[in-house]
Design a protein around this ligand. Sequence first.
Ligand SMILES: [Zn+2]
Length: 183
Amino acid sequence: MTHEDTDSAAARLSEIAAYFREHPVTGPLEGHATTVTAAAPMRIGTLDYLTATVREVADHTRTANPDAGPLPERLQDVYTWMREHTEHAPEDVQVRADAIEYRQWLEHCLEAGDHETVRRQVRQQPCPKCGCWGLMWMQEHREAYCTNPECTDRDGFSTHLSLARLAHVHATANRKVRQARAT
Ligand SMILES: [Zn+2]
């Protein structure tokens, strides 16, 4: 991935997991809202969030490589595990693995309430439709939109990009850059 080694999907996942361990939520949540600190940026669905995160990585890896074996012991090592077990997979499988890791990194940032990092990443990406550098992050909608007034859909609405689409475009572009460097 191109983002700094100090900030990665693995590092963010590790933070969320650590937070979850320190602030365990046990039993049915209804009626126990007082056990969750209001100032805490983590949502009470953290366990579901962590489970879904790992499941997506595991599903993709095992579909590509049924011999991948058990998940690593440490939660945050799932990305390394996915990369190791898909490195000989077809191109599209590897791009998808990159896209999952990148998108989950952004999702972990949002989960921790860090919209600024996501905003910064979105600004560093050209619009896949018109190629301009005018993408803006819309926090409430969890989507990016293109500020180029010419860049609209058939109904005249601005081009919108989900996190999944942004990640796919990012992963595809990254791979092309790496291939160009390798040749
Ligand atoms: Zn555009």
